[in-house]
Design a protein around this ligand. Sequence first.
Ligand SMILES: O=C(O)C(=O)C[C@H](O)[C@H](O)COP(=O)(O)O
Length: 243
Amino acid sequence: MPCHRRSGTGRHLRARRPSETKAKTQDMTTAAQQNQLVALFRDATVIPVLTIERIQDAVPLARALVAGGVRTLEVTLRTPVAIEAARAMMAEVPEAAVGIGTILNPADFTRVEKLGVRFGISPGLTPDLLKAAADSALPFAPGIATASELMMALTHGFDVAKFFPAEQAGGIKGLRALGGPFPNVRFCPTGGVGEANAATWLAEPNVVAVGGSWLCPTAEIRAGNWAGITAICQRTLKALKGA
Ligand SMILES: O=C(O)C(=O)C[C@H](O)[C@H](O)COP(=O)(O)O
């Protein structure tokens, strides 16, 4: 599939900086990190976008998702307990591959890279955020909705991107149009993806995974309906297997 080719942006190597908790080493390139991310995303297929309001929900929620076969989790920085929630999930639910979403600026990135999470995601990008991410060892997928944003991401070596908001920013037709000039970019569409259309998105050759909140509705989290969340995950994965 053409989507497996790398864009070959030729990342320069950077020296280890002792001040960073998780330093980028001399033999590490952004391209290698992007390949790690592709492997993780492909394995995940679906990535729940989690908004955790109460710290005590973090571990049972992660367990419910893992029980439903969904192991790669995006904890968004939308709530004050997000960082603590990610820490608790990593400590108590080692089967989960925990990442952080809604990274909006370099300060967020710095907080996140110290956590030891598997990946970072943002809904959009800024030059400062891309620079922070390119200097870091943490695999990162910037959010893009336009060709210009994608070009900026590529300039910094990022050829795996979150396409956000996927449905609202052109849907499958929009993604296909972007695939023309950028055949080597791999995408994780998020925003408006759900049980009804996940398979359609995943059938696109340049889509490595889809993300969304449908796997973990706020109402179910608030109600502590962990069995219900497990059931949504199982139903979704079953439908995708049959697709
Ligand atoms: O918070 C973030 O970091 C985001 O980038 C946005 C989320 O990924 C989408 O809002 C999820 O969209 P829905 O699945 O339609 O709810």
